[in-house]
Design a protein around this ligand. Structure first.
Ligand SMILES: [Zn+2]
Ligand SMILES: [Zn+2]
Length: 346
C-alpha cells in the first residue's frame, strides 16, 4: 500500500481537513502518479455536499489531475517514469461493452468508474485528486503536451474535455455559429476551443460583467440574457448552443435561438428537471441533446489540440488550506475561471 496525503471532507457542510489515504500497490498495468495540481470542478462541490445522491465519507474529491509518473507496473507500455500526465473524471471502465470498444468509455454500459466516490474493480472506494498520489490503470492516463504547464493542464481534464467533446461531435468549425451559455469554468473553455476550431462564437451570459474577457477568449459577440431583447434579436441564429449552466434555465427560450436543424447541448447538470416546449423543437427541426465528458482517445485528442493551438484555461492557483474558501467563491461565481490546488501545499 502507498500512503498519500490528502484533503478530505466528512459530510455536507463540513470543512476540509488533512487526511491520509491508501493507494493500492501497483498492478501490472498500473501507473503511480505524483499529483502536482488538481482543479476544483463544480461537480466536486455537488458531490461533497451530497447533492447528487448519497456519498460515502470521508470523501477526497478532484478529477482534474495533472502530475508526473513516478513508478509503473511491469506490463505498462503507454507511460514511463518522468512523463507528464493527466487523469480526468474516470479511472476505469469494463473495456468490453459496445461503447467501451468504440472509445466512449464515459458511456460504458456497465458504468464507468469515477475518479472519486465510485467503487473500482478491486472493491475499493475511489478517492480523487486532492491528494499527493494516485494509482490508475495506464489506459485511463493521458499525456500532457510539453507546452502546457501542469497547473493550467489540470482543468482541461474535465472542463476542457466536457466542452471539446460536444463541439467536436456536433461539428463546430468554419462557417458555424456557436453560442456558449454561461461564462464560468466550462463556458470560458468552450469559447476558447470553439474559436480555435474556427467557429464564430457568441457568449450568452446573465450580465455583461465578463464581456471583455469573453471577447479576449475569442467570442465575436456577447449578450446579456437578463435583457429580453437579446432573445428577439438572436432568434434563429445559431447552429449549435452549448449550455454550461448547472441551474434551471428556460430551455425553450434558448431553443428559439437555433437555426434550422440546430442543436442545443446541455453539459451542465442541474438537479431539477428542465422543461421543453415541443413547439420550440418542431418548428425548425431542432434538437435538444446532452453530453458527458469524453472518451480517453478524445481526451488525448483534446489535449493535443490545446497544445497545438496554445489553449489553456485561466486559473487561480490556491493552497490546500483554501479549498473551503474556494468552494464558497465558486458557488458565488467569483472565480476567473478555475481554481487549481497546488498539491505541494498539502
Ligand atoms: Zn468536473
Ligand atoms: Zn464498458
Amino acid at each position: 500500500m502507498i500512503t498519500a496525503k490528502a484533503r478530505a471532507v466528512d459530510g455536507p457542510d463540513k470543512s476540509f481537513r488533512a487526511a491520509e489515504i491508501k493507494r493500492r500497490e501497483l498492478d501490472v498495468h498500473d501507473v503511480l502518479i505524483e499529483i502536482k495540481y488538481s482543479g476544483i470542478c463544480h461537480s466536486d462541490i455537488h458531490t461533497a455536499q451530497g447533492e447528487w445522491g448519497p456519498v460515502q465519507y470521508p470523501l477526497v474529491p478532484g478529477h482534474e489531475i495533472a502530475g508526473i509518473v513516478t513508478a509503473v507496473g511491469a506490463g505498462v507500455t503507454k507511460h514511463k517514469v518522468g512523463d507528464r500526465v493527466g487523469v480526468g473524471c474516470m479511472v476505469d471502465s469494463c473495456g468490453e461493452c459496445e461503447n467501451c470498444r468504440k472509445g466512449e468509455e464515459q458511456y460504458c454500459l456497465k458504468g464507468n468508474i469515477p475518479t472519486y466516490a465510485g467503487v473500482d474493480k478491486y472493491g475499493e472506494y475511489t478517492q480523487g485528486g486532492y491528494s499527493t498520489h494516485i494509482v490508475v490503470t495506464e489506459d485511463f492516463v493521458v499525456s500532457i503536451p510539453d507546452n502546457i504547464e501542469l497547473d493550467a493542464a489540470a482543468p482541461l481534464l474535465c472542463a476542457g474535455i466536457t466542452t471539446y467533446s460536444p463541439l467536436n461531435h456536433w461539428g463546430a468549425g468554419p462557417g458555424k455559429k456557436v453560442a456558449v451559455v454561461g461564462m464560468g469554468g466550462l463556458g470560458h473553455m468552450a469559447v476558447k476551443i470553439a474559436h480555435a476550431m474556427g467557429a464564430e462564437v457568441t457568449v450568452l451570459s446573465q450580465t455583461l460583467k465578463k464581456k471583455e474577457d469573453g471577447l479576449q477568449f475569442g467570442a465575436v459577440d456577447y449578450f446579456a440574457t437578463s435583457e429580453p431583447e437579446t432573445f428577439e434579436k438572436l432568434a434563429g441564429t445559431f447552429d449549435l448552443i452549448i449550455n454550461t449552466v448547472s441551474a434551471k434555465i428556460d430551455i425553450s427560450a434558448y431553443l428559439s435561438l437555433l437555426t434550422l436543424d440546430g442543436t442545443l447541448v446541455n453539459v451542465g447538470a442541474p438537479a431539477e428537471p428542465l422543461e421543453v416546449n415541443a413547439f420550440s423543437l418542431i418548428g425548425h427541426r431542432r434538437s435538444f441533446a446532452g453530453s458527458m465528458i469524453g472518451g480517453i482517445r478524445e481526451t488525448q485528442e483534446m489535449l493535443d489540440f490545446c497544445g497545438k493551438h496554445q489553449i489553456v484555461p485561466q486559473i487561480e492557483v490556491i493552497s490546500a488550506d483554501q479549498i473551503d474558501e474556494a468552494y464558497k467563491r465558486v458557488l458565488a461565481s467569483d472565480v476567473k475561471y478555475r481554481f487549481v490546488i497546488d498539491i505541494s501545499t498539502m
